[in-house]
Design a protein around this ligand. Structure first.
Ligand SMILES: NC(=O)c1ccc[n+]([C@@H]2O[C@H](COP(=O)([O-])OP(=O)(O)OC[C@H]3O[C@@H](n4cnc5c(N)ncnc54)[C@H](O)[C@@H]3O)[C@@H](O)[C@H]2O)c1
Length: 280
């Protein structure tokens, strides 16, 4: 018989060392703070020093442990220095969250150029490879690790505004799946989340909306509201922690239901779902 012992999940990351890229604001800020409150030592790997310090101060004020490390994760040299320092200071890394990403200026493929593709590649995919490559050896050495990539729901459905961005986010998801197979027997799990509709400095979902338009969230999101960084952070915490010890290789849509509802629209007038929203 397999025993099911009672477990205490009060602090899910006690004594863990966690690195969060872009951990100073938005979804990354939410992840850093939540990890801090669950006992992790959080390395806020952030390009913006002020954001990094603010997040560290918040975590410390709540009784947690955190350190700021200013880094541009698109740059290999800087990533290597980060990994060397973290391993030298803490001896290991248990959790790596590759959260940085940006749609930049979304543009149709026909009007885009190689500079745009390269900029999108650097901020959405290249750093996932650089950071993962830099931190994998210490995880392998300790036979323990959880890597979580923050991609996008746009890597799971067609993204008409910028096919290159959509393809790169899909690439992050598939890299997640493939790497999970490579490292599973070495004690390392690799998963991803695919956000949508989450209010952050990068995407202001309330910008320019009237009070009347704010009521349309029941049409725009199957859960009926805009998301917050905490909505993402809770799922990332699950994937980082031992609670998900039998889960690897997956990309979970964290999108308020937008992927599930794809092609269907809530009609407030008819109080039902329709697949042709403007038909009478
Ligand atoms: N907000 C959403 O609704 C949404 C939707 C789909 C996907 N995402 C994805 O979620 C992730 C986080 O998005 P967000 O909305 O919180 O973004 P954000 O821009 O609000 O926050 C990103 C953080 O990363 C930092 N950063 C940017 N470039 C960096 C670099 N080169 N090196 C280190 N740090 C850097 C920024 O200073 C900032 O603190 C991204 O991968 C994004 O593509 C978000």
């Amino acid at each position: 018989m397999i025993e099911s012992p009672i477990r205490n999940y009060a602090a899910l990351l006690e004594d863990k060392i966690a690195v969060v890229s872009g951990g100073g604001a938005g979804i990354g800020g939410g992840i850093s703070r939540l990890f801090g409150s669950h006992g992790a030592t959080v390395i806020v790997a952030e390009i913006d020093p002020e954001r990094a310090e603010l997040t560290v101060a918040d975590i410390e004020a709540a009784g947690g442990r955190a350190l700021a490390h200013v880094v541009d994760v698109r740059e290999r040299d800087q990533v290597d220095v980060l990994a060397e320092r973290v391993v030298a200071d803490h001896g290991r890394v248990d959790v790596l969250v590759n959260n940085v990403g940006d749609y930049l200026k979304a543009m149709p493929f026909g009007r885009s150029d190689p500079d745009h593709w390269e900029a999108l590649y650097a901020i959405n995919f290249k750093h996932v490879l650089l950071m993962t490559h830099a931190f994998l050896p210490t995880m392998i050495e300790h036979h323990e690790g959880s890597i979580i990539n923050v991609s996008s729901v746009e890597g799971m459905r067609g993204y008409p505004a910028d096919p290159v961005y959509g393809a790169l986010k899909a690439g992050v998801n598939h890299f997640t799946t493939c790497l999970a197979l490579e490292v599973g027997r070495r004690g390392i799990r690799v998963n991803a989340v695919g956000p949508d509709l989450t209010q952050t400095p990068q995407v202001d979902y309330h910008a320019g909306l009237s009070e009347e338009q704010e009521k349309l969230w029941e049409v725009w999101a199957p859960v009926g509201r805009v998301g917050a960084p905490d909505d993402q952070a809770d799922v990332v915490l699950f994937l980082a922690s031992d609670q998900s010890r039998f889960v690897t290789g997956h990309a979970i849509p964290t999108d308020g239901g937008s992927l599930a509802g794809g092609g269907w629209y809530w009609s407030p007038d008819r109080r039902r779902w329709v697949n042709r929203p403007l038909t009478p």
